[in-house]
Design a protein around this ligand. Structure first.
Ligand code: NAP
Length: 336
């Protein structure tokens, strides 16, 4: 009978959970440091792949999110990353190794783990929102805009995601309403200006959506305050882009502390409070105030450098580089 020890799969130096810019940049650096690494994530490129246009990532004046996501994953693969397009469902420790199980029960062992899982779309929480998800309500403009060609739609939100999404929707919709609860926008002014230039857009400001209405499909939305004498907008599609929040499931599974917004507490080199677990990208306290492709990939790169040093220094102590819940930055813009 085979010795149970011999049946253990080999441990990677690093398991990266999340295949967005943070995870893939970490993989490129890890590979160059000769750390064996695996990137586990269902969607190569993460949120980037669902973004219409990217115009603020250095070196690319304008590129579609899908093209940039492909470039990221090709780069990581070329330098030696193994990619597993699955979700991690559980974590445990076996000596110094992290043991990860995926949804299909694949076991992945690694000496270090990097949590780069990004964030999940927020919901408004109004009647009809859940009922009509996939039947007129969408959280992904790039994925769904084309279904509304020649039809009136509404987008909710005033940040970069909403304004970039609005710009894309103007190419398809017969008319677009941008509903935002304030009159000032959080988005880069460039996006706001470009949406304002479009002829098929109406801004409905200082107003909120209180209900999604319909029968089999969406037929309209109810507003908190009347707009041009009516309290409903007749639309076929409702796009919701009101920010996003980290999913705490894996942070908890690794035993990594979070702040009150579920962002993983990290120190300067992206170490978390759980030994041999680093975090990088939109799900960390370092990114909570400003979440960009550039900042996510920078965090992934910093983490990979620290992982290399940590794994190659027998005297390294986890506590030497933080984190350090009390000192990690927890203040950020709250968008409730
Ligand atoms: P965000 O910046 O947090 O903006 C969310 C927007 O939704 C805000 O305007 C907010 O209103 C509104 N909002 C929040 N909760 C609401 C509610 N319950 N009802 C109605 N409106 C609500 O989110 P984001 O646009 O998804 O961006 C997230 C991060 O990713 C940001 O750091 C952003 O810069 C970054 N990002 C960057 C790009 C880029 O191209 N550079 C693209 C996408 C995202 P208030 O303004 O009143 O709070």
């Amino acid at each position: 009978m085979a010795d149970a020890k011999q049946t253990k799969p080999r441990a990677y130096d690093l398991a990266i959970i999340g295949a967005g810019p943070a995870g893939l940049a970490a993989s490129v650096y890890a590979s160059r440091y000769k750390l064996s690494n695996v990137v586990i994530g269902p969607e190569l490129g993460g949120y980037v792949s669902t973004t219409h246009l990217v115009e603020d990532y250095l070196g690319f004046e304008t590129i579609t999110g899908m093209d940039l996501a492909n470039k990221f994953s090709e780069h990581a693969k070329k330098f030696g990353a193994e990619l597993v397009q699955e979700q991690v469902s559980s974590t445990s420790r076996d000596g110094d190794d992290w043991v990860l199980k995926t949804w299909t029960d694949k076991e992945i062992r690694a000496r270090a783990a990097l949590l780069a899982v990004g964030t999940k779309h927020n919901k408004i929480g109004v009647p009809g929102e859940d009922k009509f998800e996939g039947r007129g309500v969408s959280y992904c403009v790039t994925c769904d805009a084309a279904f509304f060609k020649g039809k009136p739609v509404v987008i909710v939100g005033g940040g970069d995601s909403a304004l970039k999404g609005a710009l894309h929707l103007t190419e398809f919709a017969s008319h677009l309403y941008v509903v935002h609860r304030r009159k000032d926008f959080r988005a880069e002014p460039t996006w706001v200006d470009r949406v304002k230039e479009k002829k098929n857009v109406t801004f409905v400001l200082e107003n909120e959506l209180v209900e999604v209405q319909g029968e089999q499909k969406v037929t309209g939305v109810k507003l908190k305050r009347p707009f041009e004498g009516k309290d409903t907008l007749e639309v076929d599609g409702v796009f919701i882009e009101i920010g996003s929040t980290p999913d705490p499931t894996l942070s908890k599974a690794f035993g990594a502390d979070m702040d009150d917004g579920q962002f993983v507490l990290v120190g300067d080199t992206q170490r978390t409070t759980a030994e041999r677990v680093w975090a990088a990208g939109d799900n960390t306290t370092n990114s909570a105030m400003f979440r960009q492709i550039g900042t996510a990939s920078a965090e992934g790169s910093v983490a990979a450098g620290d992982i290399y040093e940590y794994l190659n220094d027998p005297k390294a102590r986890w506590s030497d580089r933080g984190p350090v819940s009390e000192t990690a930055p927890v203040q950020r813009i709250v968008t409730d």
